[in-house]
Design a protein around this ligand. Structure first.
Ligand code: NAG
Ligand code: NAG
Ligand code: NAG
Ligand code: NAG
Length: 366
């Protein structure tokens, strides 16, 4: 074989090798008829960022969520970007009534806690998600919103004349990915509870937000985070309430989930990492307990926003985490709240740490 042919053959093999690994999903701009199937078992050949629903229908929703929160408790800067492939019918809390299937949403808070962009949800002209070997990319067409990432680094790029926002958000992971019940393993369950899936791709990251908003710089660094939730049924089918959040204090990064389904069963997930190693990743029922302050549980649509949260992690490393000084990071609606807060953690053995966190709650029933 001539060296030209040999090189061509190698190039071709390489191309097939890469294309066999890469999955490209094209998501149409409009909601599709029928029902959808949701993936709830992890497959390493598809990856954590893969689309998890077979199509966007009136019963299915899927999101890629990214946030950054300042680590300085006196600086209430935060920024959240969510990429949705979801229908209004399945996810009415977050989306305007429409037959669009692809959306982006951003919300930021200034150092004084004042929000900007709190109604900035826009539909886009379809989307593509590409998953390669340790490579992921999402482009929400004609919106100026995209991400590229690997297992440890993400760059979100925004150039949106429509919203008057331009710049980047970067995440550099300092804590390993996990599934609801443990480390990322092939065939591991991605079921959080009810029929809701969850994967936590970046539990904590060194993050930088570098934007220009309405002509003014909006820049800060802090703790970054990336996850995905989805279901093949409308959000309200299974969920009565849920508490989710993440925080960093001292050497620890934690992530919590405490969801109450409509049957009254609590589904939890507890995660603690230290020095880029997982110390706890568990979904056993008593691994963690998250309660609002004051402790009105379960909360209903008419329960006011809490003033804080009390989190107890009851598997090693045991800790009690108290969150206060909540600042609401989304518009004031009864069913949904997202907050930043001050964190004080007491870890078994007596060490006390201070930090910050970002958290959310749903309450959907009366
Ligand atoms: C989704 O539901 C809405 C409201 O019931 C309906 O108007 C629309 O045609 C449905 N879309 C599809 C694709 O079935
Ligand atoms: C908060 O900060 C923003 C941005 O600097 C400013 O526009 C706004 O007036 C401030 N709000 C208050 C209540 O001080
Ligand atoms: C959060 O706690 C710090 C002290 O750790 C305090 O200085 C700051 O004012 C608190 N933030 C709010 C919004 O109360
Ligand atoms: C957490 O608080 C409970 C109740 O006050 C207490 O029994 C437990 O020992 C505390 N755990 C830690 C790790 O401090």
């Amino acid at each position: 074989m001539s060296s030209f042919l040999l090189r061509s053959a190698i190039a071709l093999l390489f191309w097939f090798g890469v294309s066999a690994e890469a999955h490209k999903y094209n998501i149409p701009a409009k909601v599709q008829p029928g029902t959808a199937i949701a993936d709830l078992v992890y497959s390493s050949s598809l990856g954590l960022d893969a689309l998890k629903i077979s199509s966007v229908t009136n019963t299915s929703w899927d999101w890629w969520y990214f946030d950054v929160v300042s680590l300085n408790p006196e600086d209430r800067s935060s920024f959240t970007v969510v990429f949705y492939t979801a229908s209004y019918n399945a996810l009415p809390t977050f989306l305007p009534a429409s037959d669009a299937a692809t959306w982006v949403q951003i919300i930021g808070s200034y150092p004084n806690g004042t929000l900007w962009g709190s109604t900035d949800t826009i539909d886009t002209n379809g989307a593509t998600v590409t998953i390669g070997q340790d490579f992921t990319e999402g482009v929400w067409a004609d919106s100026g919103f995209s991400w590229t990432g690997s297992s440890s680094e993400y760059l979100i790029s925004i150039d949106s004349p429509a919203l008057g926002v331009k710049g980047t958000m970067s995440l550099n992971a300092i804590a390993p990915s996990h599934l609801p019940c443990g480390e990322v393993t092939n065939d591991g369950t991605m079921l959080l509870g009810g029929q809701v899936g969850w994967v936590n791709i970046i539990p904590d990251a060194l993050a930088v937000v570098d934007l220009v908003v309405g002509g003014e710089p909006f820049k800060f660094s802090g703790s970054g985070y990336h996850d995905k939730n989805w279901a093949g049924v409308p959000f309200a089918t299974d969920v009565q309430s849920w508490y989710w959040g993440h925080a960093r204090f001292g050497p620890y990064s934690i992530v919590w989930f405490d969801m109450l389904d409509l049957g009254g069963t609590e589904h939890v997930s507890a995660y603690v990492a230290r020095d880029d190693k997982i110390e706890l990743a568990s979904c056993v029922p008593n691994a963690i307990r998250v309660r609002p302050v004051p402790d009105v549980y379960p909360p209903t649509l008419s329960t006011p926003d809490p003033t804080g949260y009390q989190i107890s992690i009851e598997s090693a490393p045991k800790m009690n985490v108290t969150i206060g000084s909540l600042v609401r990071l989304v518009a004031d609606i009864p069913s949904y709240g997202r907050f930043s807060g001050n964190v004080t953690a007491v870890v078994e053995g007596g060490e006390v740490y201070h930090g910050t966190g970002l958290m959310e709650q749903f309450k959907l029933t009366e």
